[in-house]
Design a binder for this molecule. Sequence first.
Ligand SMILES: Cc1cc2nc3c(=O)[nH]c(=O)nc-3n(C[C@H](O)[C@H](O)[C@H](O)COP(=O)(O)OP(=O)(O)OC[C@H]3O[C@@H](n4cnc5c(N)ncnc54)[C@H](O)[C@@H]3O)c2cc1C
Length: 407
Amino acid sequence: MWRLTDEQRELRDTIRTFAQDVVRPAMLDVDERSPYPRELHDAMAAQGLLGLAVPAAYGGRGATSVAYCAFIEELARVSGTASLMAAYVKLTTLPIVLAGSEEQKERFLPGLADGSKLGSYAISEPRVGSDPAALQMTAECHGDTWVLNGTKRFIGNAGLSDLYVVFARTGDENAKGVSAFVVPGDADGLSVEVLPTMGMPGWRLGAPTFSDVEVPAANLLGRAGEGFKIAMQTFDASRPTVAAQAVGLGQGAVDLALDYARRRVTFGKPLIEHQGMQFKLARLEAQVAAARALAYQAATFVDERDPRMTKLSAAAKLMASDVAMEATTEAVQVLGGNGYLKEFPAERMMRDAKVLQIYEGANEIQLLVIARQMSIEAEKRGVIWTEAVQAEGRTEPAPSEEVGARA
Ligand SMILES: Cc1cc2nc3c(=O)[nH]c(=O)nc-3n(C[C@H](O)[C@H](O)[C@H](O)COP(=O)(O)OP(=O)(O)OC[C@H]3O[C@@H](n4cnc5c(N)ncnc54)[C@H](O)[C@@H]3O)c2cc1C
């Protein structure tokens, strides 16, 4: 069972204060300020927060996934964009932490951890998102140099990044033909189209194109052909963070709705005294609490390298993002007309929540991941002796062809 340690609780409380005192005021007018909020980035860096998940040996603080979830949840409670700015550091550093050589870790991680450098994680392409094993961008080996060609799409920090972790095709086989590279942001042949978004205002999204971009062999992460595995391991470890973002956004929305319902009077009494409103908010509070339990349990599995983490990380991301979408949409409803105004944060929370159901694998893909893991588990478990089978009078387990799920 997950439980915050005293140290983690202390960290969470510090971040809660930082989020209220620094993040909230800095992000009040975020919709009007489209450039990346660099000053907030710098403020988080100054507190040593951006490199929280990076191992201490490379300039970070080596926080556990559980502690990291607490950090991201607190940020998301006040600002989806701030939580994404922070969480994206983990997404970008994870492939290097998981697959980089000692030399690569020393070269790339400290700058990302201390916030002096920005990174990007680039796997999605114009024609390939949910099925990254089919990605089309190519990397060809010419002696000591790899030459990259192709376009990525929906890439965070694009155009601002000092380095991109890029997944490209180095062989014909689907998943086994993908490799991961670190590409410098100032590489010749790299250009970026900026993509305006619905939510997460201030966050930079873009489509980088790589035209004969050369990177040294020393920038290949792991071995050629290991890129897909690196990408999937990254998602396993990173999805609880998305779930924590969702929990924070959901809780922030419930808190806002409750606050409003206590003050707004209809039919002669505060909204919150109408039972229909109490039930609505109580159900949302329960849903957020359930999502939180799942998110932190998945993070615990990541910390313990429990093989169940793939399934639970996907489940946490799926459930928590759906809860965040529902809670933020309901918060708009509770605020009535005011919910629709930019003057109140409810509509921004709703716009921010939507992308949690889409990035790091859309929720339909989380269902595929969960179903695949269930099949693997069932295969290992073997046939379960059911009453139905007994009722047929069998004395032996059913042959496998009669058990549809095992076929
Ligand atoms: C704000 C934002 C930030 C992002 N940041 C990054 C980033 O930094 N780096 C990066 O690499 N990518 C990033 N992404 C991309 C994101 O991960 C993809 O958009 C996502 O994986 C979905 O891929 P797609 O858009 O190509 O949708 P598609 O793959 O075209 O899917 C479209 C829809 O069909 C559904 N679908 C697909 N296949 C199936 C199936 N077999 N069964 C049922 N339904 C299916 C999907 O779930 C989805 O709802 C970001 C996206 C957004 C919006």
